[in-house]
Design a protein around this ligand. Sequence first.
Ligand code: ZN
Length: 158
Amino acid sequence: MSKTRKSRSRKVKNNFTYSKYKFEFLIFFLIFFGLFLLLEDFELKKFIRESFIYIISTFKHLIFYFYRSTLNFFLKIEFSDIIGLILLFIAFFLILIRWRNELINKNPSFEFCLVCKGKSQRIRRKLYIKIFGFFFRLKIRKYQCKDCNLRSYKLTSL
Ligand SMILES: [Zn+2]
């Protein structure tokens, strides 16, 4: 109790000294940077200009490099490559659909608990489950058994 009061009073004291000498601090910084800029004027300008030119040219090189490599990539793609990519994509898509249907079959919509036949009630789902359901066009509901607390998901197609 007394400790917090002490630290608070110290804080107030610090604030007081800062506000008391605020003007002096400001004057000191103005003089210091004013003199610094006057004495180092030429060097500073040169430094800023050179850094600016360096950053701009690096940026230009990066953009040009990116543009050239993407262009090369698309020029090198052949017709057979495109067909190959499409076939791979179809295969991947079919695997996903089959996996999704298996998920639905494994988690059927029952009102009661599969273990003890007790009554289940709906509980809140996690965000990533909602996102998953959105992308896979699934209606996912989470249930918890009132008797044995078993948690399960019920899946239906959207
Ligand atoms: Zn149960």
